[in-house]
Write a protein that binds this ligand. Structure first.
Ligand code: F0G
Length: 467
């Protein structure tokens, strides 16, 4: 199979520019025009299978790490690396779980709602899909240090890949007090150099770009085009879980907009290669307190427009944010981002997938999260935005009740126990401190612990009363 430089290059996403670069170069933007880059392939020379079913042949070769990995068993669809460079720690063993309970909550009547559960990844979030691809590229060019800014999951993933593979030293930038404890705990335990910046994610992102350019450190944020190649495979696994049938809707939370961008690229390529006949619709869900994409796409009408997008609209909005000193603010800390670095790629994905964008409140997010916990696998707050968004779109009649819907659950429930415990607590002070100040008024689906004295009769009475 032809791989690597023979068939892959980096290409500016702006059709008017289209500058290309070798995959040996480390770039996070086009040198000519500053736009983002894609990894592009000369598909005519690649060994693309005739049908998606072909990938099932890998299931019987699970002893081979490249077939075991949920990323690399689709290697033919991201053929930028030679087999000996591939870095895998067994990522992508995920589940597409049908949930009748969540379907009911969302208002679907035609069958279950599917939850694509990325919490099963080694570091507990979807980031490992992208990290294994970024590490593969980093290894091929001999990088020794890697950095990211993070709301917690990218940093956990980077730290884990460094600790398991020993290929690079991890340097992570986090906003002080801005990441959930489960995620911070991972970075510290895995031994990453953790830089807590007095600021938020948007500040940290800006700084990590400057620092990595200055010190020549390999950047693994989703501006790295190789990372998004790995994240395409989330959609391949969704199709695999549906026996290669295309669903009607993919619903995904939007933060830095890497996932949505990767999904759009995945479907555009599959369609171009004739491996799917139809492209699903994409719904990207912002938290209302971090709603740049929603504001620009739905309220100000910003579109990809075949690459001729109106940058003035984006600049004017960011100036407004600065003037108002408006910072991103949501309980869904993973998506607490006002300046998503993949905005333009995401607009392209929305064009490819006839997409919509919605915003949901912290109240809607937490109620949806409780429903996922009660009828699914549990997830962190940001992930539940997808379910809350699907519910809203059903209520609006945009998603039809009989349609087949896949919500991506991006991160594990245990990432952010603080939010979960505060939702279910009987301690009003804790509720107010964690949630009340964010406008969350009630916990409609709370499962409250029963408090009893350490007394056998009392315990028995309580169990009889409540069970
Ligand atoms: N869900 C979770 C659990 C996340 O951690 C993130 C992003 C998103 C959704 C949003 O995904 O950026 O592709 O739109 N977390 C990043 C981080 C920003 O630093 O861990 P996106």
């Amino acid at each position: 199979m032809a791989t690597g430089k023979e068939i892959a290059h980096q290409r500016c996403i702006s059709p008017r520019c289209g500058a290309t670069y070798s995959i040996d170069e480390v770039r996070v933007a086009c040198a000519a025009c500053g736009s983002l880059l894609d990894v592009a392939y000369d598909w005519d020379r690649a060994a693309v299978p005739a049908s998606l079913q072909w990938f099932e042949s890998k299931w019987s070769q699970r002893h081979d790490p490249l077939c075991f990995s949920g990323v690399w068993r689709f290697r033919e669809l991201l053929p930028f690396a030679a087999a000996q460079h591939v870095v895998t720690i067994g990522e992508g063993q995920t589940l597409l779980l049908p949930s009748a309970g969540v379907a009911k909550y969302v208002g679907l009547t035609g069958g279950p709602l599917y939850l694509q559960y990325e919490g099963m990844n080694p570091s507990g979030s979807f980031k490992d899909n992208g990290m294994s691809a970024a590490f593969t590229h980093a290894r091929s060019i001999g990088a020794r240090r890697a950095a990211c800014a993070s709301t917690g999951n990218t940093s956990a993933s980077l730290a884990l890949y460094c600790s398991v593979t020993n290929l690079m030293r991890a340097i992570i930038f986090v906003g002080s007090g801005k990441i959930a404890y489960g995620k911070l705990a991972q970075a510290l335990d895995y031994g990453a150099l953790t830089v807590q910046i007095a600021g938020d994610f948007d500040d940290a992102m800006q700084r990590v770009k400057e620092v990595s350019a200055k010190l020549g450190i390999y950047l693994v944020n989703s501006v790295n085009p190789f990372r998004l190649e790995g994240q395409k495979t989330i959609m391949y696994r969704v199709l695999e879980g549906l026996r290669w049938e295309v669903p009607d809707w993919i619903v995904v939370p939007g933060g830095n907009l890497g996932n949505s961008s990767a999904f759009g690229k995945a479907f555009a390529e599959l369609h171009e290669l004739g491996l799917i006949q139809r492209i699903p619709r994409l719904a990207v869900i912002n938290a209302a307190g971090a709603n740049t994409l929603h504001e620009l796409y739905e309220r100000r009408g910003l579109r990809w427009n075949a690459g001729a997008l109106d940058r003035g609209t984006i600049d004017a909005y960011y100036r407004e944010l600065d003037r108002r000193q408006q910072r991103a603010e949501t309980i869904a800390s993973a998506i607490e981002i006002n300046r998503p670095v993949n905005l333009e790629k995401c607009l392209r994905a929305l064009a490819v997938c006839d997409g919509v964008v919605r915003e949901v409140s912290d109240q809607q997010i937490l109620d949806a999260k409780a429903q996922v916990g009660a009828g699914g696998l549990g997830c962190e707050p940001a992930s539940a935005a997808s379910v809350a968004g699907a519910k809203l779109l059903v209520e609006e009649g945009i998603i039809h009740r009989d349609q087949r819907v896949v919500c991506v659950l991006t991160g594990h429930q245990l990432k952010d126990p603080t939010a979960t415990v505060a939702y279910h607590t009987t301690d009003q002070e804790m509720f107010n401190q964690v949630l009340g100040r964010r406008g969350v008024k009630r916990a409609a689906f709370a499962n409250r612990a029963v408090e009893v004295n350490n007394d056998l009769d009392e315990i028995v009475r309580a169990i009889q009363l409540y069970s």
